[in-house]
Design a protein around this ligand. Structure first.
Ligand SMILES: [Zn+2]
Length: 265
C-alpha cells in the first residue's frame, strides 16, 4: 500500500479502537496474513499493536481498499502525535524559515503513480517567489518526479529521512501544494490547508478531505468525476488532464488561500 493508504487504514483503525477498546494491527483476509512490519507512518501510534493487536482488514471491499475504483469514500481522521525527536527536526531545520508554503513536486517512483504526476512545478515555483517555498525533499532513490527530475531552482530543499519528517513539515506549513497522495492525506489528517492537484486519475469523492482545494478535470476516462476507469498503467487522458493544469491557476489559488484564516477574521 502507498503512504496515503497507510494513513487511511491508520485512521480506520483508530475508529475501530475507539469502538472496541482494542488495539489493532493490519490484516489481509484474502491472504490470511498480518502485516507485520511497522511503517514509518504508523510510528508513535498508541492504538496500534503489531504483535498482539486485533487483526483489522486493510482491503475490506472485495479485496480492495475502501475507495477502490468508483466507490465514493471519505477518509477518516485520526490524531497525529510527533515525538520529541521529530519536533526537534522541525526546530533545527525548518523553524528558521518562518511562515512557508510547502511545495511537494515529488511523487513515488512507480508506474502506478505516473497518472498522477505533474511536470510544471518549476513554473509554479517561479510564479510564487514572494513566498517562502520549502520542499520536504525525500531520498532520491525512493521517490522521484517523473522524467527523473529531482532538482528545482528557487525552491528550498529540506532533506528528510522519512515520511514523518515530511509530515511534521506539513503540520507547520501555512499551506501545502501537492498532487494527490501521501502529503495531501497528511494535510487532511492534520487539518492543514492544502491545494490538491487531482487531475482525473483519482477523485476528491474518493480520497478528499473537507476544506481542501481540489483541482480536478473531467475527461473521457473520468466522465462522472469519480476518477479514471482505466484499471492500471498509463492513461493518456489522465496525462492530458495533468498537463492542462496551468501553473498560473495553482499560483492564483495559493494567493487566494494563503493566510485565509487571518484575512477572514
Ligand atoms: Zn485516466
Amino acid at each position: 500500500m502507498g503512504i496515503g493508504d497507510d494513513m487511511m487504514w491508520r485512521a480506520e483503525a483508530y475508529h475501530e479502537y475507539k469502538r472496541t477498546g482494542k488495539k489493532q494491527r493490519p490484516y489481509r483476509k484474502e491472504s490470511n496474513q498480518y502485516g507485520s512490519f511497522l511503517k514509518d507512518v504508523w510510528k508513535n501510534t498508541p492504538w496500534l499493536d503489531f504483535d498482539n493487536g486485533v487483526g483489522f482488514e486493510t482491503h475490506p471491499k472485495n479485496n480492495k481498499r475502501w475507495y477502490h475504483n468508483k466507490t465514493p469514500y471519505t477518509p477518516k481522521i485520526a490524531p497525529y502525535d510527533f515525538t520529541d525527536m521529530e519536533e526537534m527536526f522541525y526546530k533545527l531545520n525548518v523553524q528558521k524559515y518562518g511562515d512557508y508554503v510547502l511545495i511537494n513536486p515529488d511523487a513515488k517512483k512507480s508506474i502506478f503513480a505516473d497518472n498522477k504526476k505533474y511536470f510544471k512545478w518549476q513554473e509554479v515555483v517561479d510564479l510564487l517567489q514572494d513566498y517562502t517555498l520549502l520542499r520536504a525533499k525525500p531520498n532520491d532513490a525512493f521517490i522521484r518526479n517523473t522524467n527523473g527530475q529531482v532538482n528545482f531552482t528557487n525552491l528550498t530543499n529540506i532533506p528528510t529521512n522519512n515520511v514523518r519528517e515530511a509530515m511534521i513539515m506539513v503540520k507547520y506549513a501555512k499551506l501545502v501544494v501537492t498532487t494527490e497522495g501521501g502529503l495531501h492525506h497528511a494535510a487532511g489528517q492534520m487539518g492543514v490547508p492544502c491545494i490538491v492537484l487531482y487531475g482525473s486519475h483519482q477523485s476528491p469523492l474518493r480520497t478528499g478531505y473537507e476544506g481542501q482545494i481540489n483541482i480536478t478535470r473531467k475527461t473521457h476516462c473520468n466522465t462522472d468525476g469519480l476518477g479514471c476507469y482505466v484499471p492500471k498503467g498509463a492513461c493518456q487522458y489522465c496525462e492530458q488532464a495533468m498537463e492542462s493544469i496551468e501553473p498560473g491557476e495553482i499560483a492564483q489559488l495559493v494567493r487566494e488561500n494563503y493566510d485565509k484564516d487571518k484575512t477572514m477574521v
